[in-house]
Design a protein around this ligand. Structure first.
Ligand code: GLA
Length: 661
């Protein structure tokens, strides 16, 4: 898992985007050649949605058009990230294989007319996807233009059809071993759900009231494995004929059908798509959140931003434009967090079709536009940063992040609708980002010993092994903050008995929770240190820990709300409510101070971000991004690679990349 081969081939950071020349004619291709040279593009992702063109009839391939584009790009000095087009089966496919169409949980069968109209578990689809990947690999495995393979596009769609039911049963058999074990794991003694034969077992289709949460969790686990197997099918077909790195572009925002850690292990380069979900400083924090996750999914190695928008900020029900300068700053934000380049969806804004209003490197207005001028400036900037390629980012703090807890919290029947997984995860990362601290994500069963501080904002599900791992981490000298409603169910989604959280973690935290007190909508609890909690509160019994703050009212008055426990060589902290943002930030700052973790550049004002990239040979670069509208003096002048001058300050919205002595 590394970008090494790719950046060596490109001679520096990657720059470019999805290129769909099949939407245009020859005169536009000629202009594309010229504009790509002008912008400094060095990598184009080709063929993502071109199945209909590539295989116009089942088993009959037309490679002529693709030969011509690859040769043209190669002659123009542009490397190709060659995609398999399997995210968009053509109409002939769905008519020939109607059983491969996706079915929603309520039984509605979807038809073609959009994209992603396939079921990953349907044998006809899987066979066709493998066939297309193989045909491409056989023909282009050694093509000089091809620098990387891009399997599929954003694995994420779900299906509940009969093929899925059949695969799910096989998966369940492997996981549980027997129907008795499945009945036990799913707690089917409740509501008379006991299964007496495998064919009674279904995916969690639409039903009358709550789904069985363990069934839903296993379905999420199964589906992620199914998607990964579909990726591996294609990857292996390609690997048989090509030695170039293979990837698939992961989606990292707020929904998740996949265990991205597992994908991180199977791709040669982690690549992500990232579109900020809010403007301004929030977009920068969101970029860091996506980038830090991408880096962590790949084990800390450099990764690649496969898609972003030149002029796209998804803000709820509308798409906002980016402010001048944000194309560069957002791109450098990704580079700061470990991306070895910045690519876009897409090169040229489509004239027609479902995404004709999605921004592009060459907008409808053409090259004489602000967007294209900023794209060209970005190309030049990335061209000056080639020496950063392959360098990495180091963190001393980790936020625990795992798919099981996320999926489990999506299940029905939790005690408060305000309990969620992603909100606390983002808040923990944001508090660290606001403090200027570079953050990794880690799984609860990872070796955490290299981190001085670990935050566990949402660890609803915790296996016995992970609970023991966290106990060991604290005993060995780590500082751990566990937040409310964590460690409360085991890997089968069975409640921990005898008090929450899981016993080894209770030992590390020196507490025992004997009752949850969910708060009403808008209700607040006031703590003895003046801070406020919402959503949740708990009856926390001290068992070795000290109360740092207590509840001041209601039936919990006087009871511990925030605790600290000296355990072995480390400290276990427990927070039993959801603190307001400001007081949560104060707590995180206190933990950082206590563990001696500081920002890459001290005393940065709010909205200025600084991250260091480290090369193996000891060279270091400090990327400083000013997300504010004010001039920001640098604490010390430094040599800026972007301008090749000594920088003393950052203009409003400005960026510098300083090579450190
Ligand atoms: C995703 C997809 C692209 C395109 C963009 C823009 O990330 O991979 O094909 O749809 O979003 O919305």
């Amino acid at each position: 898992m590394t970008t090494r081969r790719l950046v060596r081939r490109l001679g520096g950071l990657a720059f470019g985007g999805d290129y769909n020349p099949e939407q245009w004619d020859k005169s536009v291709w000629e202009e594309d050649d010229e504009l790509m040279r002008r912008a400094g593009v060095n990598l184009a992702t080709v063929g993502v949605f071109s199945w209909a063109l590539l295989e116009p009839k089942e088993g009959h391939f037309d490679f002529g058009w693709l030969d011509a584009h690859l040769d043209r790009l190669h002659a123009n000095g542009i490397a190709v990230d060659l995609a398999t087009p399997t995210a968009s089966p053509p109409p002939w496919f769905t008519l020939a294989h109607p059983d491969a169409l996706p079915v929603r949980s309520d039984g509605t069968k979807l038809v073609h007319g959009s994209r992603d109209t396939y079921c990953l578990a349907a044998p006809a689809y899987r066979g066709a996807a493998r066939r297309v990947a193989l045909a491409l690999a056989e023909r282009y495995g050694d093509h000089p233009a091809v620098a990387m393979w891009h399997v599929h596009n954003e694995y994420m769609t779900l299906c509940w059809c009969d093929h899925v039911a059949a695969s799910f049963r096989v998966w369940l058999h492997t996981r549980h071993g027997s129907l008795d074990a499945l009945n036990e794991a799913w707690g089917t003694a409740f509501w008379s759900q006991h299964y007496t034969s495998w064919d009674q077992v279904l995916p969690p289709r639409a039903t009358q009231w709550h789904h069985n949460p363990a069934q839903a969790l296993d379905f999420s686990r199964f589906w992620s494995d199914e998607a990964l197997a579909a990726y591996v099918d294609q990857r292996d077909a390609i690997r048989a004929h090509s030695d170039r790195p293979v990837t698939t572009n992961l989606m990292v925002p707020g929904y998740q059908n996949l265990d991205l850690w597992a994908f991180g292990r199977e791709v040669d380069v982690v690549t992500i798509d990232h579109y900020p979900i809010a403007p301004g400083v929030d977009a920068a924090a969101d970029t860091a959140f996506g980038g830090d996750r991408a880096r962590s999914f790949g084990g800390g190695r450099p990764w690649l931003l496969m898609e972003q928008g030149t002029n796209t900020v998804y803000a709820g029900d509308r798409v906002l434009a980016k402010e001048p300068g944000e194309i560069l700053r957002h791109s450098l934000g990704h580079v700061a967090h470990g991306s070895d380049g910045a690519l876009f969806f897409q090169w040229r804004q489509s004239r027609a079709g479902a995404e004709m209003w999605h921004s592009a490197m060459v907008p409808h207005a053409g090259a004489d536009s602000r967007v294209f001028r900023e794209v060209t400036a970005l190309g030049a900037a990335l061209g000056r940063l080639g020496e950063l390629a392959g360098s990495t980012v180091r963190a001393e703090v980790a936020v625990l992040h795992d798919s099981d807890s996320w999926w489990a919290m999506n299940g029905d029947g939790l005690p408060s609708a305000e309990l969620d997984y992603l909100g606390p995860l983002r808040r923990a990362h944001r508090a660290l980002w606001d403090a200027g601290v570079t953050t990794d994500f880690a799984r609860p069963d990872d070796d955490l010993s290299r981190y001085r501080l670990v935050l566990a904002p949402a660890l609803f599900l915790l296996s016995d092994a992970s609970a023991e791992n966290l106990r060991r981490y604290v005993a060995g000298g780590g500082t751990l903050l566990v937040q409310h409603f964590s460690g409360v169910v085991d890997a089968r989604l069975h409640a921990r008995l005898g008090g929450y959280p899981a016993a080894p973690l209770r030992a590390a935290l020196g507490i025992r929770v004997d009752e949850y007190r969910p708060l009403g909508s808008g209700e607040q609890v006031v703590l003895s240190d003046g801070s406020h909690g919402t959503v949740w509160s708990e009856s926390v019994r001290l068992d070795g820990a000290e109360a740092v703050a207590t509840y001041t009212g209601g039936m919990l008055a006087g009871g511990a709300a925030l605790t600290r426990h000296r355990f072995g060589d480390g400290h276990g902290w427990y927070l039993s409510t959801r603190l307001d943002d400001a007081n949560y930030a104060v707590l995180v700052d206190r933990l950082l101070a206590g563990t001696g973790v500081g920002p890459d550049l001290p005393d940065l004002p709010f909205g200025v971000e600084a991250v260091t990239r480290h090369a193996e040979d000891g060279r270091r670069w400090l990327i400083v991004l000013n997300h504010t509208a004010d001039v920001m003096p640098l604490p010390a002048p430094g040599h800026d690679l972007l301008t090749d001058t000594t920088a003393h300050e950052l203009p409003p919205g400005g960026c510098v990349v300083l090579s450190l002595p």
